[in-house]
Design a protein around this ligand. Structure first.
Ligand SMILES: [Zn+2]
Length: 282
């Protein structure tokens, strides 16, 4: 564990300096746009009809926009309402990004082509998951300087085009950090627990609400130590690394959602990435 994380565990207020995620204008990335001076009324913004996170940063109201992996490269626009103008269009350009392919073999074929009983379970589980992911909680001060939820080895990057037993599936929507079963997973900022559950593909799961549509998800846990509605502090233990759900070994699959788009969690923990690559699980 690094000195910084230990400090964060004991002195959570140290982490209060504003720091935005890294911007990367590609599908699965983040666009950061200054909208209006911060002495004016806070603007509102939406992208693809979903409200967008707005923070006060360096004298400006600034939008932090999640770009869906499925978005076509090209010019897109934010719909912005400021104290001066309603539904102003703010354009930005998204470049293409070639995410590599990943081929995974799963012995449990039910994790690739589920039968009717399992499909019914998967369908039923969509409701609590979607309810959690559709949450918008109004909050002025949003912490975007995330700490590492677990120390381990980066085992799968975000965005990989995935093939399970040679069948094309959805791209990898999060970041995988491999660590031994039982390794603590901690909250990357102060947040509220939105939902917990044991889901078919995701295994034992926790969703955290960071405010204004910034949501994080922790999958495949071996144990969950928090309850929905509970406030958690940066560094507080959410549960432990496991191999529940669709996995090939113990790891944390970490998702980050912005305006309902799954974005690359690496953009939130840029300063820690080198440290993760250097880690080994053994
Ligand atoms: Zn994963």
């Amino acid at each position: 564990m690094t000195k910084k994380i230990i400090l964060l565990l004991f002195f959570p207020f140290i982490a209060n300096a504003a720091s935005l995620p890294e911007s990367l204008a590609v599908p699965g990335g983040i666009v950061i746009k200054q909208l209006a001076p911060s002495h004016t009324k806070k603007p509102t913004a939406s992208f693809l009809e979903n409200r967008v996170l707005i923070v006060k940063n360096q004298d400006h109201w600034t939008a932090i926009v999640g770009i869906p992996l499925s978005l076509k490269p090209g010019v897109h626009q934010l719909q912005v309402t400021t104290s001066h103008q309603k539904n102003k269009k703010v354009p930005f350009t998204i470049s293409a990004k070639d995410y590599p392919a990943q081929y995974i073999t799963l012995k449990n074929t039910q994790m690739v082509s589920p039968n009717a009983t399992n499909l019914a379970r998967i369908k039923k589980e969509r409701r609590p998951i979607n309810r959690a992911l559709n949450t918008w909680s109004e909050k002025d001060r949003i912490e975007t300087d995330f700490s590492l939820p677990v120390v381990g080895r980066l085992s799968s990057l975000f965005g990989l085009r995935r093939f399970f037993n040679n069948q094309p599936k959805n791209p990898h929507s999060g970041l995988d950090i491999a660590a031994p079963k039982g390794t603590p997973i901690t909250a990357p900022t102060t947040a509220k627990v939105l939902e917990t559950g044991h889901f078919y593909y995701n295994g034992k799961t926790v969703f955290l609400d960071h405010g204004q549509g910034l949501i994080s998800g922790y999958f495949h846990m071996s144990a969950i130590h928090v309850k929905p509605g509970q406030r958690v502090y940066r560094g507080e233990i959410l549960g432990t690394v496991g191999e529940t759900g669709r996995v090939t070994g113990p790891h944390l699959h970490w998702n980050i959602y912005l305006n309902k788009a799954k974005v690359d969690p690496a953009l939130f923990i840029n300063s820690y990435l080198a440290q993760l690559k250097g880690e080994s699980i053994n």
